[in-house]
Write a protein that binds this ligand. Structure first.
Ligand code: KIV
Ligand code: ZN
Length: 391
């Protein structure tokens, strides 16, 4: 693997599906898993097999179906969970068991009522046990974002010795700042024996809206896997959005980080997941939201019509959106009206535009958005054009 390649670990079907009301049936999961494989994700987290018979079945069927990506199943650090995951992954061409335990002070004290030493023993035991089934073992240190770096480094070193191939450092509560999360990765890189033999992974939640920034900071500091979901869905405020981290790396080549993702499939994949999960993303969502390439103010529209790059930092076609849109509102100027009219076959002279524009503004003040039908009406009522023929 190239040292600049960042593996994309998609957890739409596990962490993403934990969203209330987003439950998918096996058929739907298979359709999404097939699409993720075509999209080019490196790892598909197919589910949490012990959690329900339905989830177990989904992991089995996804394992049979997926040909390219690694298929991964989640477990807690106990033998029953690991047995279930190993069984569910039996048919996978490239199986991975994802096991782990909470490592922060609050998880150790309140969730497990345990001690740091006992947590390390459980972590080692889980990795060793999982290793008896498959070679590829990812270990997660839950709430690593709030875990003391020295203790986290000890846990990491012990699980590497026990056979872990990937170390997941989740910011489970979405608390970290990018500098802090990046520094955590750097600390682990510099202080954990054997770290050069494993892949460090970012798993960031979005409680403070920093999941994408934190994941990129992690990658800039040596992580070579990012865990994310389509549309950023997931527990509470969600997970890192796949489309965002992938496009950040693509649009900033100086970072020297790249992925296998076919970005032209991002928009259609997002729509597919929205449809199956019944969650509609907000229009201003980065990359795939309905307004991500829509321009509505006169100043911006004028710039974009002259040259798209004045107000767009990426080509919509790169993410599978056909073209930028010029939305007509009361804030739109003459350039936008002329542009949209031209697309409908009306070539307006300056004098015609001067006649039509005040009529357009009256319409626009009443309507939120002036659509194609309205443009026809405006041109006809202002007697500049009748049925696309100059009056
Ligand atoms: O957020 C988290 O810590 C997780 C782990 C189970 C990997 O989802
Ligand atoms: Zn998570």
């Amino acid at each position: 693997m190239s040292k600049n390649k960042v593996q994309i670990f998609d957890t739409t079907l596990r962490d993403g599906e934990q969203v209330p009301g987003c439950k998918l049936n096996t058929e739907q999961k298979l359709v999404i898993a097939e699409r993720l494989d075509v999209l080019g994700v490196d790892i598909i987290e197919a589910g949490f097999p012990i959690s329900s018979p339905g989830d177990f079945k989904s992991v089995v069927e996804i394992s049979k179906l997926v040909k390219n990506a690694i298929v991964c199943g989640l477990t807690r650090a106990n033998e029953k969970d690991i047995d279930a995951a190993a069984k569910a992954l039996e048919y996978a061409v490239k199986p991975r068991i994802h096991t782990g335990i909470g490592t922060s002070e609050s998880h150790i004290k309140y969730k497990f009522k345990s001690t740091p030493e006992k947590i390390i023993q459980r972590a080692k035991g889980a990795v060793k046990y999982a290793k008896t089934f498959v070679e590829d073992i990812e270990f997660y240190a839950e709430d690593a974002g709030r875990t003391d770096n020295e203790f986290l480094a000890r846990v990491c070193e012990e699980v590497i010795k026990s056979g872990a191939t990937v170390l997941n450092i989740p910011d489970t509560t979405g608390y970290c700042l990018p500098e802090e999360y990046g520094a955590k990765m750097k600390y682990l890189k510099e202080n954990v024996k054997g770290i050069e033999n494993v892949i460090l992974s970012c798993h960031c939640h979005n409680d403070l809206g920093m999941a994408t920034a934190n994941s990129i900071a992690g990658a800039q500091n040596g992580a070579r896997q990012i865990e994310c979901t389509i549309n950023g869905i997931g527990e509470r405020a969600g997970n890192t959005a796949l489309e965002e981290v992938v496009m950040v790396m693509k649009q900033h080549p100086y970072l020297g980080l790249n992925t296998n993702i076919n970005t032209k499939l991002l928009y259609s994949t997002s729509k597919m997941v929205q449809q199956h999960m019944g969650i509609v993303v907000q229009p201003n969502k980065a990359i795939i939201g309905d307004n991500a390439f829509a321009h509505s103010s006169g100043i911006h529209q004028d710039g974009v019509i002259k040259n798209r790059e004045t107000y767009e930092i990426m080509d919509p076609e790169d993410v599978g959106v056909n073209e930028s849109s010029i939305v007509l509102t009361a804030r739109s100027g003459r350039a936008a009206l002329a542009y949209r009219a031209k697309n409908l076959g009306y070539e307006l002279t300056k004098i015609q535009l001067d006649t039509v524009y005040p009529v357009f503004l009256k319409y626009a003040d009443v309507k939120k958005e002036v659509k194609n039908d309205d443009i026809h009406k405006i041109l006809e009522t202002s007697k500049v054009f009748i049925n696309n023929v100059e009056a």
